[in-house]
Design a protein around this ligand. Structure first.
Ligand SMILES: C[S@@+](CC[C@H](N)C(=O)[O-])C[C@H]1O[C@@H](n2cnc3c(N)ncnc32)[C@H](O)[C@@H]1O
Length: 278
């Protein structure tokens, strides 16, 4: 285990906040030590002060530092009622408008969330006989998870991860194993899903996002705001909401809030919101 003095600990917290807005409270000492230990092994920098001095100067060390402090927990069809709402309410509505659809999934982690969106879209296109083009922009700050998401190779434990009844796995995934263990399987997502998604890096803490106002019809921002201070959450939300068009749908994480921006939305329940005002 790494030993950290108060000064080193404060530098770690300050730098993490400066780079990406992630705010570590006081009770996280063991977690910080663990993550710094792994970071030192990965970067092969064995002296903590050398590592900390390298953060501002060395882009690679800085990115590894950020990657090591993100929490990437995600699942296919997590908070599944959002995907069901897309299929039952939102997509048939958008398909009728017969315009290309753009979906923004920020904090997409290892890709299960945008691939779940893509599967829902393909299924809805099939049942509503639509051929409207749909593009998904999936972003995260963590370059390691973005790489995993682009590769799209997953070990799925079907006892833990619940897929909706309408899913035919072989329609969306190619098996990479011999199927001897039916509960835990290894798959690669098919190109028809991959080709719908553009993965790119975006730091939500940046003051500007590379999108125009009202660019997206749908916004997924789930289980990421919780890592930021309340005042930063409000600023991030403002920038995200600006990218959503009027009548666009915002899917928010179950423990997250729109704060003062709630009055720009009609509330459908289950953290589903429709933008009604700029
Ligand atoms: C717990 S995961 C949530 C994944 C997915 N949205 C879900 O609900 O399953 C949080 C993700 O937010 C990302 N993240 C943390 N800080 C970020 C920032 N400043 N900008 C962009 N993404 C960030 C992490 O890298 C991580 O992949």
């Amino acid at each position: 285990m790494v030993m950290l003095d108060t000064k080193q600990l404060n530098i770690i917290k300050e730098k993490l906040y400066e780079y990406c807005g992630i705010y570590l409270g006081d009770s996280k000492l063991t977690m910080i030590k663990n993550r710094i230990y792994h970071l030192m092994r990965e970067t092969q920098v064995s002296d903590i002060n050398t590592l900390l001095a390298g953060l501002d100067r060395n882009e690679k060390i800085q990115q590894s530092f950020i990657n090591s402090f993100t929490t990437n927990k995600t699942d296919f069809f997590r908070e599944d009622f959002h995907f069901q709402d897309m299929i039952d309410r939102l997509l048939p509505l958008l398909f009728r408008q017969n315009q290309p659809i753009k979906i923004f999934c920020c904090a997409s982690s290892t890709g299960q969330e945008p691939y779940s969106i893509a599967m829902s879209v393909l299924y809805a296109k099939k049942i509503y006989s639509s051929n409207v083009p749909v593009q998904i922009i999936a972003t995260d700050i963590d370059t390691d998870v973005l790489q995993e998401a682009k590769e799209g190779v997953y070990t799925i434990d079907f006892k833990v991860e619940k897929f909706p009844n309408w899913i035919d796995i072989s329609e969306y995934f190619d098996a990479l194993d011999d199927g001897k263990n039916p509960h835990v399987r290894m798959f690669k997502v098919k190109d028809k899903l991959k080709s719908m998604i553009t993965f790119r890096q975006l730091n939500l803490f940046n003051k500007r996002y590379p999108f125009t106002n009202g660019e997206f019809d749908v916004l997924f921002c789930r289980n990421v705001l919780i890592y930021f201070k309340q005042e930063d959450q409000q600023e991030i939300l403002k920038r995200l909401i600006d990218t959503l068009r009027i009548d666009g749908t915002f899917y928010l994480g179950h423990s997250e809030s729109l704060y003062q921006w709630a009055d720009k939305f009609e509330k459908l329940g289950n953290k589903i919101f429709i933008k009604t005002k700029v």
